[in-house]
Ligand binder design. Sequence first.
Ligand code: FES
Ligand SMILES: [Fe+2]
Length: 469
Amino acid sequence: MGNSEILVDATAGVQKRKIFSAEEIYQLELEKVFGRCWLFLTHESEIPKSGDFVTTFMGEDRVLVVRQADRSVKAFLNSCRHRGNQVCRAESGNLRSFICSYHGWTYGIDGSLINVPLEKECYGSPVDKTNLGLAPVAKVENFNGFVFGCLDPEAPSLREYLGEMAWYMETFTSGGRAELLGPPLKSVLHTNWKLPAENFACDGYHVGWTHAAALKVAPAGPLGQLAGNTGINTTEAPGIQIATRHGHGFGCIWNAASSIHRGTALNDYLLSKQPEVAKRLGEWRGKLFMAHWDATIFPNCSFLYATNTFKVWQPKGPGEIEVWTWSMVDKEMSSELKRNVQKEAIRTFGTAGTFESDDAVNFHGCMRTNRGPQTRKGQLTNSMAVGFDKTHPELPGVISELSFIGETAGRNFYRFWDEVMDAANWDEIRAANSHWTEDWLAPETRDTNGNGRNQSDHFEHRQTQVAGK
Ligand code: FES
Ligand SMILES: [Fe+2]
């Protein structure tokens, strides 16, 4: 971070505990992470008609997302240009204009200021409204129906930002197949936003232990066998970890859909669609279509494919988040199947879901414990299977084939977090795009400017600094 303290050593899989509680680090995250990465806003299916809107957050900034008359989607800071009040208090709806509740300034759905009450009588002369529209979010783009916004005009396109992750996500989103059922469930959790984001990116490790009780009542099969961490049946339930550029990543369990949903209409549905996906997108993505994914799109958007939940971790200070949860379905499912999928997703990962409550206890515990005045001076480990990370002849990104349980995608999450916190701008980040896997797998060959360096000196130097108290 900056030129001062080293907070992450992604090569060794180490990060300092203070990144979960220090106010100054959190404030820098709002600028450098949330101020310039692409953030999930909504799904197109939530705002189908002109004037449809949702309100959400980008970091701690309130944002209004509106479907325009020309069918495009725009987003604005949800803040009146007069005194700064929010111009829309509703979570969603359909309006022809947005009227501020304080003095009544009125904005069109395109964000322009269209009415100032008592303009003639009190301002004396006409107000020049041309520069008083709602501040636009610099970029709004959609990936197969998933709408994201970015506050940094210098950022790459959404497609470039998703990078190799887009290749993987085509598996279930291409042609606008996946959609979200809202409105999102919302709950408050006392934890740092990175803890659940990291968990969804990589943490297959906790599943057998944290969720042991829930797994014991789950159907027999690979996941049920995890209960109590007594061992993994690696022949029946092998999987991989995948890390892609810009901090995105996931762990997947092969053929888990059939074990989780064995004997259900959902499994029949997935099996009926699988041959078409394999034919169109190839064998690997045909296989991924039937896998279970725990995934994070950096920084704060996570999903579980095959347990059908989609989440955003909205930061509210270093020690608090709002968890927003949608159910994820395939557009072509019957409405009855969609309803059943939604019920099951809410039962497991909804606000009061069985798995959700298990996780919340631990996310809260990590947060509270890591911030102890002495405890926070230490460091944590993310080093599972370091040395097994590699590139793959057919799968993009960095892969660990050792098991779906791993920390490869977690190391990638903190690697990019560190990079984006350190970089002055997107040009610096772009400069590493062409050699990010080489930098990871052979850190001795280059630094982030593409220059050679003495790896052992550098590594020892970093280790010393991270270990220092
Ligand atoms: S603050 Fe919005 S009209 Fe005054
Ligand atoms: Fe969990």
